[in-house]
Structures are given as C-alpha cells and as structure tokens.
Design a protein around this ligand. Structure first.
Ligand SMILES: [Zn+2]
Length: 473
C-alpha cells in the first residue's frame, strides 16, 4: 500500500502520511491493561455492527494495520496476512468504539459535593467501550484539559477527549460555577479557556441570551462548538443564536411554557411538565423539530441519568465499582425513588425517549451521553452500554441505537473521517462483545476488549484496577 502510494508521487505520499493512523503511545504505566499490540492484527469470524445504521454482517474478518482498518470482508474471502496477530472472534460481535458527548470527570459524592474522579473515570469509560468522548461541562477548571493531554501522551488509559471549559452561566446557586457579568465577560471567559486548551463550551440553565450569543460567536471564531443545558433561553432562541448542540434532548426545553419570561428560568420542573404532556405529532413540537433541523442543531439524549430518577426502573449497572459507602448511598436513593408515587419521571422518562425517536426519524442529529451526575448511580462505561439498551427499549433498532452512540457522535465532533464507524481507512477503534447483542441485547454489557487505534485494552483489567475504590480517586 505504502509503496504504491510512493510510486504515485511525492504529493500523494504526503497526503497519505497525513491521514495515516498510528498506534497510540503506551507508557509502562498503562501497558498492563494491553492485551493486543501488534503492527498487523486480524480479527476473524466476527459479527459486525458497523455504526452506520446498517444491519449486522456475519462472519467478517477485519485486518488492522498500523492502527487503522485496512480490510473488512467475509472471512471466507479475506486472507489473513502472514505474520498477523490473529484474534478469533467466533461467537463474538464488534462495533465501533463509542463516541459519547455528555460525559464528566466528576461525580456527586454528597449533597452539593462533586468529587473529581478523572483518574478512575477515564479508565472506566475506556473499559466500557468509549474511545472518544466530550466532557459536557466541568466544575474543576483544568482537570479535563490535563487529562486529555495525559491520555494523548499515553500516560493514562482512557478515551480521546474533547475537554470542555467550566460552565458558562448567569446568576445561580452552584458554588462551583462562576457567574458571567455580561457579554464582554462571556467573550473573555471563552478566550481564556480556549487559550488554556479547552476544546468546547457548555452553557448552563441561567445564562442570558446576550451572554450566550457572545459566547457562541467567540467560540465559533476559534473553531470551537457550544452546547447548552438550557432553561432561561428556549431551544428555538438558542438555535437562532447559532448554538451547536442542546443537552438532555427535549427534557430541558422551556419552549412550551406558556408565560415564559425572556432570560428567566421558570424552573426545570415547570418545563418538564410541558414536555411530559407533549404530543410528538402536535404542530408546536413539529415546528421546534423543524427549527432544530433547519439550523443544524444536534440534540444529546441522556437516558442513563434520567433512568436513575424514574420509579420502577432497575438498579443501574456498575455500582460495584463504587466505594462501599457511595454504593450504599445510591442504593438508598434508588429505594426512595421507587416509592415516590407522584414523580413526573414516571411519564417523562419514556416520553422523552419517544420525542428523541421522533426527532431522529425526522432526520434530526441525535447524539448521546450518560451524564454521571444527578443523584449518583450513573457509572462511566457501564452507563454508556446501558444507553444502548434503553434506546432499543424505546423503539430504536439496534443498528440505529449504535449509530447514535458512535457515528453520530463522531460527526458532531468533526471526527467522522477518523472514527465512529467500521470502514476501511478509519482508526481501528473497535469494541468486542463476548456474545451477540442482535439476539440478546444485554450482551452489550459483555465488553471484552476495546481497541483504540488498533491497540487492544482488556476491559476486565481496567475495571479491576479501580473496583471498589471509585469515589476516592
Ligand atoms: Zn451534565
């Protein structure tokens, strides 16, 4: 391949080199998690869910060369190159590494207390099958940026990261959030954090339209995107201002609050009441969908966190990795939630997903994240897998659900040339399931190996490294 390109001419060779994936650097610190690391790897006899929304293909062989997918084809007609490291995936299934866009490196460890758990979280994300992620707001300042750099240098095991700056917000009650004093301050904050290395921004519930407009235009000047978990600004207003993405899909929209005052958050619960009663075929909903699609605004669905608020839902997966104290704390929360008879989430949880599906099927850009905040119980890695299960329960086909958590995220992040689907030429970011999610959906929990640029990380070893200690590091 390389010789052919060189014969074709210098310019072509340069262009080829610029897109050539390489295996990522692996420090001694993280080598213990690696089970496959070779210049040429053949994954044979795998069932393939390719991330594009296409149906599964049986008995495929993938050849990985220098961190990139070089060949995919039927095993019967795809020879294994001499000297390749062969991994027989008979009875197993592969999909692209997940690209999730509402992740965090912090977790609620007590009322109003947010533990900075980046060290364990990045390992859990990778173990769960996430190879790229955006953090959706941070309350620390530099941790996300530093962690991104350490992962890229190979000194920490974790996904590629789009690191957000601290939240952009107006007057609010979170002591962890700065209050913007106006549009000049919004511009200043965007430039400060972009200079520090932040690669995206998140607006929060009390931001004013003017501050949001200033932040969006300043971020766009630097080629960076802005998302928002909004309330004070409606979705239609934010779309007009040019926002790129809205968090929690329609669950945070205040567009349908009858007497909504400009720049004021009527309360998340007030907005949610209007969403819980919303008909996906109603003209006002269809008009908002059209506005979002026309303006190219992506919506992030975050069902894993909303499930933890909803009575009657099962305990979420992965609680065993928490410290015993945090595990017990969440189990008590879950038991209390189960008894709450008048919870809006009893109708809102599935309604939100119904609206997501309507938006997606109408051609809307739907992406996904887990949001490990709320009242706890959303465990990185495990909750990313859970997201696929919930989307399927809500009526997405499995290939559609996988497209949402892989290729759609990559498109949003502008990384779909290098990751997000299993096609020749892209990075070998690949999740191996020990089973077949097309017949048993819970097999998405059986992640065995996660390839990041062709290097295979052992999921169980990564989890064992943090098990029982998540909460204290
Ligand atoms: Zn969040």
């Amino acid at each position: 391949m390389r010789q052919t390109v060189l014969v074709a001419g210098v310019l072509v060779a340069v262009a080829f080199a610029s897109v050539q994936a390489q295996r990522p650097p692996i420090s001694n610190n993280i080598r213990r998690f690696v089970t496959v690391d070779a210049p040429v790897v053949a994954l044979t006899h795998a069932k393939v869910l390719d991330g594009t929304g296409a149906s599964a293909r049986n008995d495929q062989t993938l050849i990985i060369r220098d961190g990139r997918i070089a060949v995919i084809g039927a095993s019967a007609s795809t020879p294994v190159p001499e000297g390749a490291t062969v991994v027989d995936l008979t009875g197993k299934t592969v999909m692209p590494g997940m690209v999730m866009v509402h992740e965090h490196l912090y977790y609620p460890t007590g009322p109003g207390v947010y533990g900075q758990l980046g060290e364990s979280f990045v390992q859990l994300y990778l173990a769960g099958g996430v190879t790229s992620m955006r953090t959706g707001g941070n309350v620390h300042g530099t941790m996300d940026i530093n962690m991104k750099r350490l992962i890229e240098a190979g000194s920490k095991a974790g996904p590629w990261m789009d690191a957000t700056a601290p939240y952009l917000n107006g007057p609010n009650t979170f002591q962890q959030m700065r209050v913007l004093s106006g549009p000049d301050d919004a511009r200043k904050q965007v430039n400060y954090w972009a200079d520090e290395g932040a690669t995206s921004f998140k607006a929060y519930m009390n931001i004013s339209r003017d501050d949001l407009a200033a932040a969006i235009s300043e971020a766009h000047k630097r080629g960076l995107k802005v998302t928002g978990h909004l309330c004070s600004v409606t979705y239609a207003e934010a779309a007009e201002l040019g926002i790129d993405n809205l968090e929690h899909s329609f669950m945070a929209a205040t567009d349908f609050v009858a007497d909504k005052k400009p720049n004021a958050c009527p309360g998340q619960a007030v907005g949610q009441k209007t969403i819980a009663g919303l008909d996906p075929k109603s003209p006002q909903f269809l008009a908002l969908v059209k506005t979002l699609i026309d303006m190219g605004v992506s919506l992030t669905t975050t069902p894993a966190v909303f499930e933890t608020f909803t009575p009657g839902r099962p305990l979420p997966p992965g609680l065993e990795v928490l410290t015993p104290q945090l595990k017990e704390q969440f189990e008590q929360t879950h038991a209390r939630t189960a008894k709450s008879a008048n919870s809006i989430y009893s109708t809102l949880f599935m309604k939100g997903l119904e609206l997501d599906l309507a938006f997606f099927r109408a051609g809307g850009k739907l992406v996904a994240g887990t949001d490990p905040t709320g009242s706890g119980g959303v465990i990185p890695g495990f909750s990313n897998q859970r997201t696929i299960e919930i989307l399927v329960e809500a009526g997405f086909t499995l290939p559609e659900a996988i497209q949402v958590v892989t290729l759609n995220g990559a498109r949003y992040l502008g990384r779909d040339q290098s990751t997000g689907s299993l096609v020749v030429g892209k990075q070998a970011d690949i999740v191996v399931f020990n089973g077949d999610p097309t017949s048993t959906i819970s097999d998405v929990r059986k992640v065995e190996t996660v390839f990041k640029q062709g290097v295979g990380f052992d999921s169980a070893r990564l989890i064992a490294n943090v098990a029982g200690r998540v909460g204290i590091f």
